[in-house]
Design a protein. Structure first.
Length: 359
């Protein structure tokens, strides 16, 4: 018996607990309210050994860009640096600060309308998050006004011991706005100007210099994927960017990568462009415009849950922004991976105003 649900037929051997925002008076005021501008509020401070199994949350805010202004962090075992640090919406796969409905193997969200920036949305994560000693989950309100409220469940299992080699979940957000590409008319893929430019050496890219960086990590672990928001700053197809993954290199990122892909939509498990679907491990759950290949904002994801990419010392994951980095679009992503601790500290989170989507 080795199916996905076979463990349900055997004793589980742990106890379950929950931290939530429920009204401790027995009333119906089930949100934590009044989080001031600049305030950090700890949602859960858990003792281990344990495994967070499910996180659900929804946020009440009158700020239309709250999904990017509020930060979500997780610290393991009293480390000084967070192992998870992203804008609240992006962690759950909501790019561009937009609320929309989608479902995949690791996340689901539910909104009354798709693509709005000024409505509430339910957000869920089912990635397992083990911890040996402590787990601290917090949010920081970087809105200019008081946060009206946050509702949440954090469900976790309590264990007597965890395996000695257990790995910890990590997630990190980054953005390049714009990517450093060629912004002339030749950035329209397949045009005559594009063909002329790409006859020469500038149309070739066999290393990852200039690529959009998704993840750079040190230690032992495995990469499990990313979500990516792309905003067209120049008309034309945003894809054709090869993914490149370097594993356990000693400062050498010369060609060839250990894994070299054939184009953005191919890495995302699509073909002939992106289709407006949300599958278990890859998809495009939201796009702004009908002509989503050539204009507007798009949201995509690829999760390596059945095909994780292990590394023993380090890993670097990048992707071209257009063929040979010819485009200068706005890219923002969350990378997810498991690794041992301590981890390499993340780059500083950009100030709130530099995280906001363009309109």
């Amino acid at each position: 018996m080795d199916g996905a649900f076979d463990r349900l037929t055997r004793p589980l051997g742990y106890r379950v607990s929950r931290v939530s925002s429920y009204d401790v008076t027995g009333g119906n005021a089930d949100a934590w309210m009044g989080i001031a501008p600049g305030e950090t509020r700890v949602l859960a401070d858990l003792d281990g050994p344990g495994v967070i199994r499910h996180v659900w949350t929804t946020i009440a805010s009158s700020d239309p860009l709250y999904l990017r202004k509020i930060l979500f962090r997780i610290y393991w075992d009293d480390e000084p640096n967070p192992s998870v640090e992203t804008p609240a919406g992006d962690f759950f796969g909501l790019s561009h600060g937009r609320a929309y409905t989608y479902q995949c193997a690791a996340f689901s969200t539910s909104a009354n309308e798709n693509g709005r920036v000024d409505i509430g949305v339910a957000m869920n994560c089912w990635l397992p998050m083990p911890f040996r000693k402590k787990a601290r989950i917090e949010i920081e309100n970087q809105q200019e006004k008081t946060l009206e409220g946050i509702y949440f469940y954090i469900d976790y299992s309590r264990h007597d011991t965890l395996p000695d080699d257990v790995l910890y979940l990590h997630a990190s957000w980054r953005r390049e706005n714009p990517c450093d590409g060629w912004t002339g008319p030749g950035s329209v893929w397949g045009s005559e100007a594009w063909k002329t430019r790409h006859e020469g050496p500038e149309g070739k890219n066999l290393g990852d210099r200039g690529n959009y960086l998704i993840l750079e990590a040190e230690g032992r672990g495995h990469y499990i994927g990313m979500n990516l928001g792309v905003d067209h700053l120049y008309k034309g197809w945003w894809g054709e960017g090869d993914d490149m993954i370097f594993i356990d290199r000693d400062g050498d990122r010369a060609w060839p990568p250990d894994l070299h892909g054939t184009g953005s939509e191919d890495y995302l498990c699509h073909a002939w462009g992106m289709q407006k679907v949300a599958h278990l491990y890859s998809g495009e759950p939201w796009c702004e415009l009908e002509d989503h290949h050539n204009w507007g904002k798009v949201a995509v994801y690829r999760y390596h849950l059945l095909d994780p990419i292990p590394f023993g010392k380090n890993i670097r994951v990048s992707i071209e922004h257009g063929h040979a980095n010819d485009r200068s679009d706005d890219y923002a992503s969350v990378a997810y991976w498991y690794q041992d601790e301590p981890h390499r500290p993340f780059d500083p989170m950009p100030p709130m105003k530099l995280r906001l989507p363009d309109f």
